[in-house]
Write a protein that binds this ligand. Structure first.
Ligand code: UDP
Length: 471
């Protein structure tokens, strides 16, 4: 294989960017003839990515980052209507900047021994397939989520081509190919019920999946065998490459997290007995109403376990990390003193890796699920947004890898009681439970999958060979 350059187009925001760049690093580690240029979009309303991007280029010189010039953002009204529609609109408006950047890359390499071999596009960036086609380069799509989510979007497209109607909560259970159980509407992502652009965006994105040369998914064959097999049976779907778990084991940088905070948390964990602490953390955007924060506090207190709690409040309050004392039940801090600590943004990966952590109350974002599986920590499901309800449903009902707290929680109106929380936490913390055993087994399978000869390792090798074979 000659030296090859791939052009990565990550979605905006540090979450999508970091997943995409972890994939980039994985490909580069696999084959030293590859190099990668990633086009970085800076979207309004998202934290700056510069400290993260600096650390990436310092750690992997074969990744070059091109920061795209700013574009006029879509009207902010659209963000209120549908986050997905806003993001896709923003990405589409960056098309001329992407075209110009690609032209520059190709011309800068024209007299070298490096050939541009293809595009890897975050799934929100599928509109850039048109740019790949303009340059006659193969587009590969990257889904930082799981194969079940890909299955859902493809199912939605099929359904749309038959009945063209936004989904309703009252719809019957969906029979999604490869997903073992019929899926109740109440565990589907909010977007599929959204008439203001969310549903249309999902359908539009799913339609373009078929135009990809391949679809790369952050999962592994042992975790989602049935869904992955269902894709192989459908000739309209391009080859799917399960390459995960793609993890950011150094942790995700965040402006709210400093070294003092990390040291405080890790020192406290060091002092706790093995598997004695329950960790509560709800992703980049997970926050709760004040009544829900109170119930969570009472629930952990009632459970009697030690705890580390990353507390987040609604964006409508002055800061998502406002002083917790103002929201907690009276006397909570005194009663639980020495038994638990609270923090803002947590060093989640380090925490999950710590021997003191025995359970994880999680919003079931896919990265959090993969990280908890990697370290063999059972999850208690508390999904909040995006595809998290579906993840929670599958982790509990299909895979038996999590303890059910809620599968269908929605932020407006639902209140999970302290009793329910205490009961599920107690169940997850049991040392010899069936769920813990299964999680440990899956942890080993995930680790084996990315090792030389494992399924994901082989899939990455195949992907690189296929990209090289396109010329
Ligand atoms: N994360 C973290 N500290 C926090 C919250 C989140 O380090 O307090 C990290 C977490 O380890 C994971 C990512 O942020 O890698 C969240 O990704 P996920 O897919 O779980 O959820 P999202 O934030 O996309 O909803």
């Amino acid at each position: 294989m000659k030296k090859q350059e791939l052009i990565f187009i990550p979605g905006p925001g540090v979450g999508h960017l970091s997943s995409c760049l972890e994939l980039a690093k994985l490909l580069l580690d696999h084959d030293d003839r590859l190099s990668i240029t990633a086009l970085v979009m800076n979207m309004p309303f998202t934290p700056p990515v510069s400290s993260y991007t600096r650390s990436i280029t310092a750690s992997q010189p074969r990744i070059k980052l091109v920061h795209l010039p700013e574009v006029d953002p879509p009207p902010s009204d659209l963000l209120r209507k549908s986050g997905e529609a806003y993001v896709c609109d923003f990405i589409e408006s960056s098309t001329p900047q992407v075209r110009a950047a690609v032209t520059d890359i190709i011309s800068s390499l024209s007299n070298s021994d490096v050939r541009v071999a293809g595009f890897v596009l975050d799934f929100f960036c599928v509109s850039m397939i048109d740019i790949a086609n303009e340059f006659s380069l193969p587009p590969y799509i990257f889904i930082p989520s799981n194969a079940g989510f890909l299955g859902l979007t493809l199912y939605l497209l099929e359904r749309h081509d038959e009945i063209s109607e936004v989904m309703k909560m009252s719809d019957p259970d969906s029979l999604i190919p490869g997903i073992f159980n019929p899926v109740p509407a109440r565990v589907l992502p909010d977007a599929v019920f959204n008439e203001d652009g969310g549903y249309d965006t999902y359908v539009k994105v799913a339609r373009r999946f078929r135009d990809g040369k391949g679809i790369i998914v952050n999962t592994f064959a042992e975790l989602e065998p049935f869904v992955l097999r269902s894709f192989a049976d459908d000739h309209r779907i391009p080859p799917v490459y399960p390459v995960g778990p793609v993890l950011q084991l150094k942790g995700q940088p965040h402006p709210e997290l400093n070294q003092d905070q990390v040291d405080r948390i890790m020192k406290w964990l060091d002092e706790q007995p093995q598997s004695s602490v329950v960790f509560l953390c709800f992703g980049s955007y997970g926050s709760f109403s004040l009544p829900q924060v109170k119930e969570i506090a009472l629930g952990i207190e009632q459970s009697g376990f030690r705890f580390l709690w990353s507390v987040r409040f609604p964006l409508s309050t002055s800061s998502p990390f406002m002083n917790p004392e103002d929201a907690l039940p009276e006397g909570f801090l005194e009663r639980t003193e020495g038994r638990g600590i609270m923090c803002g943004w947590a060093p989640q990966v380090e925490v999950l890796a710590h021997r003191a952590v025995g359970g994880f109350v999680s919003h079931c974002g896919w990265n959090s699920i993969l990280e908890s599986l990697w370290y063999g920590v059972p999850i208690v499901t508390f999904p909040i947004y995006a595809e998290q309800q579906l993840n929670a449903f599958r982790m509990v009902k299909e895979l038996g890898l999590s303890v059910e707290l809620k599968l269908d929680y929605r932020q407006d109106g639902d209140l999970v009681s302290a009793d329910e929380i205490a009961k599920s936490v107690t169940c997850a913390m049991e040392s010899d439970s069936e769920v813990r055993k299964k999680v440990k087994e899956m942890s080993e399978k995930g680790r084996e999958s990315v090792m030389d000869g494992g399924n994901s390792f082989t899939s990455i090798t195949q992907l690189i060979e296929d990209i090289a074979g396109n010329s």
